[in-house]
Every structure is written in C-alpha cells, then in structure tokens.
Design a protein around this ligand. Structure first.
Ligand SMILES: NC(=O)c1ccc[n+]([C@@H]2O[C@H](COP(=O)([O-])OP(=O)(O)OC[C@H]3O[C@@H](n4cnc5c(N)ncnc54)[C@H](OP(=O)(O)O)[C@@H]3O)[C@@H](O)[C@H]2O)c1
Length: 362
C-alpha cells in the first residue's frame, strides 16, 4: 500500500502523489510551502510556467538533493513563447538542468497543431531537457491525434478528476489505461472545497467518521482507487500528512460504489449525468472495448446513399446546363428553363457538403 511509485511507459519512475504550486503565490510563502511538503515526505513537485512561481519552487528544491525529487513543469504558452524557449526558461527558473516531466498544459496550446507541438516535445526529451514528456487536459480525440504521429508516447495525462466528473472522464481514464498513459488527477478535493453540501458530502463524511480520518483523506484515497496518481496541495502540515496517509486507506467496493452513485447525481457546475453517460460508464467498467464504446456512431447506409444521389444529381444538372449552353452557342434555340439547372446544382452541392461535414467518415 502507500504511494508506490509508478513505472512510466518510457521506463522512468514517478512518485504517485505530487505537491502542486498553483495558487500558492509568490515570495517566501511558496518557498516555505514547497519546503514543508518536501520535509513531510512529498517527493514530487508539480508546477507550471503559468503558475509564475517556478523560481520559488526552485529555491525550495535547491535545499534538497535534486536527484531525490521528481519535478514536473508545464508548457503553458506564457508570453507567446515557443516550447523550446519556454522549457529553457523554466529550467533556469527552477535552477535545474532537466525536469523529470514536461507537460503540454492544454491541447489548445499545442500550436500550430498537436503533431507539430508533440514533435518539439520529443526533441526536448531527446536533448535531455525533460526525462519524460506528457500532456494535460487532453481529451480522447486529442490523444488519438497525438498518438497517430508520435514516435514517443506521452507518459502521463494530467486531468481534472473528482467524483462529480468521474463518469465524464471514464472514457479518458480507460483510453489512457489502454495506451499505458498514467492519469494524474488534479483538483480531486473540489467536492469539499467548492461544493461542501453536495451529494457526495454525506457519504464522504460517513466514511471519514468510520475511518477516523479527515474528509480530504477519503477523497484522496478515492482518486487513488480510480487508478490515478494525485496532484494536490495544502498550506497545512497536518493536511499534507493526511494526503500521504490516504495511500494506506483502502476504500471498500461498497464505499466506492456509494461515492460514485452520489457523484453521478452531479452538481450544478457539471449537472447530473445523462442515461447515455451512465450506460457508457457501465460498458467501460464491465471491460467493453473502449474504442468501440466511445467511437462516433456509424454512418447510416441511408445517409451514404443520400450523399451519392445528391452528388450524382448535382453533376447531372451541371452536365445538362453546360450541354444546353453549348447548344445555344452552336446556334440552337435553348428553352428558358435551362438556367435553373445551374442553381439546382449549387443547392444540391451545398446539401451534400453539409452531409459530409456532419459525417467526416464519408
Ligand atoms: N494541469 C492543470 O490544468 C491543473 C489544474 C489545476 C490544478 N493542477 C495542479 O493540481 C494542484 C492541486 O490543485 P487544487 O488546489 O485544485 O487541488 P485540490 O487537491 O483539490 O485542493 C487543494 C486545496 O484544498 C484545500 N483543502 C484541503 N482539505 C480541505 C478541507 N477539509 N476543507 C477546506 N479546504 C481543504 C487546501 O487548502 P489549505 O491550503 O488550506 O489546506 C488546498 O488549497 C495544483 O497546485 C496544480 O499543481 C493542475
């Protein structure tokens, strides 16, 4: 039990609970907070260009043996800088010559497109600036684009994970598992920090009373039980110790089922899960083929036939129009109803385009 390190798909090893530096500010306080986390026993620090406190994290890291701490930072597209310049700036800020893990913070930052941005990440790994490379907030579709051209797979995808978003994230969790990509869950305590009176609060409260642990310990154990590594934070020493203890809290199948059922009721921010989502959760949890479970609906035969007919009619109207125009130029008298053929061709063509846009496979 505990927080056993995980072996990544590139052979490196990552501690499975990280102390994050988002929103912990600047100046002496974040230096003290990172130092406290390291003292308490955290061996993974998660920061980002966008958190604007890599310098402070670096000052805390300077006090310990660099090789004993796993450092993650992220390309956040700050100041419009490219990936290469950004990681070099981050390394300078952190006072290190490599990071253990470098993530693209969000797919929209992968410019000009995901394959090109990922090729730059692969070059950083090759140059030794990042030992491992990964992504954050990537959906299944983003990962599919990335994997189609990747020479090196991302080792991790850092995503939002708590009971109220669990069902929506399930296809992503299953897709990552299938492709040996570790899921790092962040903001797992949202049910406590933002929705203290939400549907899961009662269940979490009951388990926390039974186990004599704080509610954040139960939620942290829930993330672990879902196969995710955890990225969390706290200014308080006792909370940090609680997060670490959560590694030893084995929630029962019944605990997990109760938390999931309460999470499925949703909260205003994400709403209740639809019947389709719940059905998909059952499919994924029962081990159904994920690609099949989440693939877009197959294009109906009818739609395909309609498109063929529209394309043929459009071509026929153009043919009739130009045929009759040629005849007119050759001196034949062409009837007045010729010109609508061109218009008809345009209308049919537009309809065909709409069908193609809605059915990319056609
Ligand atoms: N990749 C991304 O896009 C992304 C996005 C968001 C976050 N992250 C990473 O994940 C890290 C953690 O994010 P997060 O802060 O949203 O995570 P979180 O683990 O959900 O929340 C941590 C916060 O919960 C508070 N907390 C803990 N127990 C509590 C309780 N019983 N009652 C009230 N408050 C309680 C702590 O406050 P105290 O300090 O008072 O203990 C702390 O500020 C970030 O620092 C960042 O590294 C990544």
């Amino acid at each position: 039990m505990g927080w056993e390190p995980v072996k990544l798909n590139d052979g490196h090893v990552m501690p499975t609970i990280a102390f994050g530096t988002w929103k912990i500010g600047n100046g002496q306080s974040p230096i003290d907070q990172v130092t406290q986390a390291l003292d308490v026993g955290f061996t993974h620090v998660d920061t980002a260009q966008a958190y604007r406190n890599e310098v402070e994290a670096g000052k805390a890291l300077a006090k310990v043996d660099r090789s004993k701490v796993f450092v993650t930072t992220k390309y956040s597209g700050l100041d419009g800088l490219d990936i290469d310049t950004s990681i070099r700036n981050s390394l300078k800020n952190l006072g290190t010559d490599y990071v253990d893990l470098y993530l693209i913070h969000h797919p929209r930052l992968a410019k000009p497109d995901i394959p090109t941005a990922w090729a730059r990440m692969e070059a950083l790994k090759k140059a030794g600036l990042a030992r491992s490379i990964g992504v954050s907030n990537f959906e299944v579709a983003d990962l599919a684009i990335l994997l189609a051209s990747a020479k090196v797979k991302p080792v991790a995808n850092q995503i939002l994970l708590h009971p109220y978003v669990y069902i929506r994230q399930l296809p992503l969790l299953a897709y990552c598992a299938k492709h040996d990509i570790v899921v790092e869950g962040y903001s797992g305590l949202i049910p406590i920090t933002q929705y203290p009176d939400g549907p899961v609060s009662g269940v979490i409260g009951a388990i926390s009373a039974r186990e004599s642990v704080a509610p954040e310990v139960v939620l942290t154990a829930w993330s672990k039980a879902k196969g995710a590594t955890v990225v969390t934070t706290s200014r308080k020493k006792e909370r940090l110790e609680g997060y670490l203890k959560a590694g030893d809290l084995a929630l029962t199948t019944s605990d997990l089922a109760k938390i999931d059922a309460a999470g499925a009721k949703g909260i205003d921010a994400v709403g209740p899960f639809s019947d389709d989502e719940k059905a998909m959760m059952r499919k994924v949890e029962s081990g159904a083929d994920l690609e099949a479970a989440t693939a877009p609906a197959p294009i109906s035969q009818g739609r395909s036939a309609e498109l063929t007919m529209l394309t043929a009619l459009s071509a026929l109207s153009v043919f009739v129009y130009f045929g009759l125009m040629t005849a007119e130029m050759a001196g034949f008298k062409v009837p007045f109803w010729v010109s609508p053929f061109m218009l008809l061709s345009i209308v049919l063509d537009r309809k065909a385009k709409k069908i193609r846009a809605a059915n990319p496979g056609l």
